[in-house]
Ligand binder design. Sequence first.
Ligand code: HEC
Ligand code: HEC
Length: 509
Amino acid sequence: MPRSRLRRLLLSLPLLLTACAGGGPDSSDPDTSTADGPWTQGAHLGAEAQDRGDPEEGRRLLLNGPFMTCGIPWKVWENPAFQGLVTRGFGGSADAATVPGREGRNAELPYFLNAFVAQDGAEVVNANCLLCHGGEFDGELVIGLGNATADFTSGFGNPGTGGALPPEVLATLGLDEAEEEHFTKMLTRGAIIGDETAMRTIGMNPAEMLAVILMVHHDRDTLEWSDEEVTPIVPRDRDGNAITEYKLTSDPPPWWRVHKKNALFYNGMARGDHRGTMALATSVCVDDVEQARRVDAWFRDIQAFVDSLRAPRYPRGIDADLAGRGETIFLENCAGCHGTYSPDEDEETYPNLLIPLDVIGTDPAVAEAGVVHNPELVEWYNASFYGRITEMVPDDPFPGYMPPPLDGIWATAPFLHNGSVPTIALVLDSSARPTRWRRVDLDSTNFDEDALGWPWVEVTTPQEEIVAEEERKMVYDTTYWSQSNAGHVFGDHLTPEERRAVIEYLKTL
Ligand code: HEC
Ligand code: HEC
């Protein structure tokens, strides 16, 4: 059969799924045998209105703008002695790539920092979203790609000073009153946030823990920050016992998925207009509702920019015949959950499913965080300013994970929501996944084209027993709570040849 006809035939499968997905949970079985599969147990998440601004302005704001509202004084940054300290605090390095076309001082800054004038007139520097949402592939910075090499093993924003500088040291820096206030705020909060957000491994991302700590230290109604915990939480496991080592990690997803997704985050919990959850990251600095409202106005544009992004094309060779065979296998085994793809965007389908945990079988901690482990934070969020923009709903109709759109998936190793699997070949072959592994190096040009992912080696020693810190923080150990590499067995029944073909096909997305 010619490929195009086959394609059209098979395309009708997810279209059917989408067609009957009008409102609410959709687990109805489309009346065709080809549609049989685990996707019938998924629930469709419906589209909701988004209040979008201007993507061009969004890009400008994201890369130059003052949306973080506070920061390290420029005078401090200018002092070379501090540059390494500041960039390391943000998990990056002072000689990271710059972004062409940035304005003024930003033209010279590492891509993940913005210099801006705060509302009180102080000139400051703070991280922008690319700290986590800018990554490298083949040595090139890709805006929107998750950062797989940020080092948060000392915590997010941790200045290493243990808090504010003593007044006599501060006095030597020649800062005015406003600048001093910014600096002290950054150092105090960085020390509090840093402790709670320290990750075990380079590449592990603390966004989940950052969100937790921000909610714990802000007053829900006024958004006033307190160095003391305002809403203390004791995370509980499924049996109600306290979880002692509460460390959640999730791998920053690429932004080019957002335009297809009706609900954001791996567990599809951000419903309604998506600005609210995006803006929560700015509450590192934001202390009152008035400020939050000002920031929110910018996020209309930032959201529009995020929405406008599309995946890059695979930069290396593709075996077209093999990819063609892979497409057939993909349409039979994967498209029901992950959608169908075409060079013409209007022909693509994406079913927007939420898959229950017992069907997907991957680590449940992220999906259950707001349902089992600390539901009080979902209440906090929904009652706060941010919840009025974007509702957080982690359990409707059940906790689970969304099968992500697979556009540009080859660029996004490691895989699964917790980054526990180093290559796509291993996503498709669950019994071959290593319990402990490390990347061979952190070089984005060292890429495994056959397995689609980073070259890795197995590690046998448990991570906590590795003495040398430089070695220990390279290791991903799946035996820790929230770091399991189980589940997603949907490629296990394929032959090695079939898996090779699917992998080749994924390069075309
Ligand atoms: C500390 C790292 C970090 C920072 C800073 C950060 N993010 Fe994220 N972001 C993440 C991680 C990790 C996830 C995945 C969380 C999850 O789904 O559980 C995420 C998820 C998202 C998503 C959802 C994507 C999807 O496919 O569902 C969007 C949109 C997003 N972030 C936008 C932003 C914007 C805009 C900013 C800047 C204001 C920002 N993020 C700052 C780490 C970060
Ligand atoms: C029942 C639905 C379902 C089927 C069928 C399915 N997947 Fe998935 N897939 C998911 C879900 C849900 C996730 C996210 C799981 C997580 O992160 O915990 C996922 C994740 C993935 C990922 C990792 C994405 C990332 O960003 O880390 C890849 C790659 C993938 N699937 C490929 C495939 C391929 C190829 C097939 C067919 C052989 C397939 N899937 C079949 C539901 C499905």
